[in-house]
Design a protein around this ligand. Structure first.
Ligand code: SF4
Ligand code: SF4
Length: 231
């Protein structure tokens, strides 16, 4: 039975000192990178006992105990974010291991439950993802003057990229999904040096706003991409 009250950590106050992580008996808190600093986050709401020791030990008043965020709400927020977003930051790795981030438009293929990119064979990120299948994508809500930037809903997706053979069933599914979202680029799909990329997701880190961060496993991501409500 999940705890009724869960810790909500204010990233603007958290210094990343780690006291709450050390005191948490079920080890459901950890430090995560947030820009150049680290901040504490609740990894497993279901494992939290609600003991509030993290709030007690925090010297900076960064932890508040709040009524638990219901998982299905976060799932709906995740689906809303992915459905409303058309571009992502794509992280690949260069041949020397250095990270490389670029902007990519993306679509969702609901039957294969994958993300779809359409990339030029001449682009650096295409070469990198062909050499190393592990990729990461950041999808983030649009910034606005009246929104606190630390609270912007976002999700960091981890997955594996593959390039389906032209005219295969997966290629056709990717093409249909991509053109449904971006009908204007149909002429580009005729060009020989462009190709579709299918990305199967393995895990994700979702931040839905203040105090609402969680890890999302592959099964739930599959349900989100398939358009079905999580159980
Ligand atoms: S004890 Fe407070 S300041 Fe330190 S990591 Fe935890 S939340 Fe952040
Ligand atoms: S309330 Fe207790 S169990 Fe939950 S995160 Fe804080 S220290 Fe850990």
């Amino acid at each position: 039975m999940p705890a009724t009250m869960l810790p909500a950590i204010n990233p603007a106050r958290c210094t990343g000192c780690g006291r709450c992580v050390a005191v948490c008996a079920p080890h459901v808190l950890s430090l995560h990178p947030l820009g150049w600093v680290k901040t504490a986050a609740l990894d497993d709401a279901a494992g939290c006992t609600g003991c509030a020791q993290c709030r007690v030990v925090c010297p900076f008043g960064a932890v508040r105990m709040m009524r638990g965020v219901h998982e299905p709400r976060l799932t709906r927020e995740l689906r809303k974010l992915i459905d409303a977003s058309r571009v992502a930051a794509l992280g690949t790795t260069q041949d020397d291991g250095a990270p490389f981030v670029s902007m990519v438009p993306f679509a969702v293929e609901p039957q294969q439950r994958c993300l779809v990119l359409h990339v030029s064979g001449l682009a650096a990120h295409t070469r990198y993802l062909q050499a190393r299948e592990m990729v990461s994508l950041l999808v983030m809500a649009a910034e606005a003057p009246d929104k606190a930037v630390h609270d912007l809903p976002r999700v960091t997706l981890q997955g594996r990229a593959s390039i389906p053979a032209r005219d295969s069933a997966l290629w056709t599914a990717c093409r249909d999904a991509y053109l449904k979202r971006f009908p204007d680029v149909e002429p580009m799909t005729q060009l020989g040096d462009f190709r579709f990329v299918s990305i199967q997701l393995d895990t994700a880190r979702q931040v839905a706003g203040f105090g609402a961060a969680r890890t999302v496993e592959a099964e739930e991501l599959s349900r989100v991409l398939g358009g079905k409500d999580a159980a």
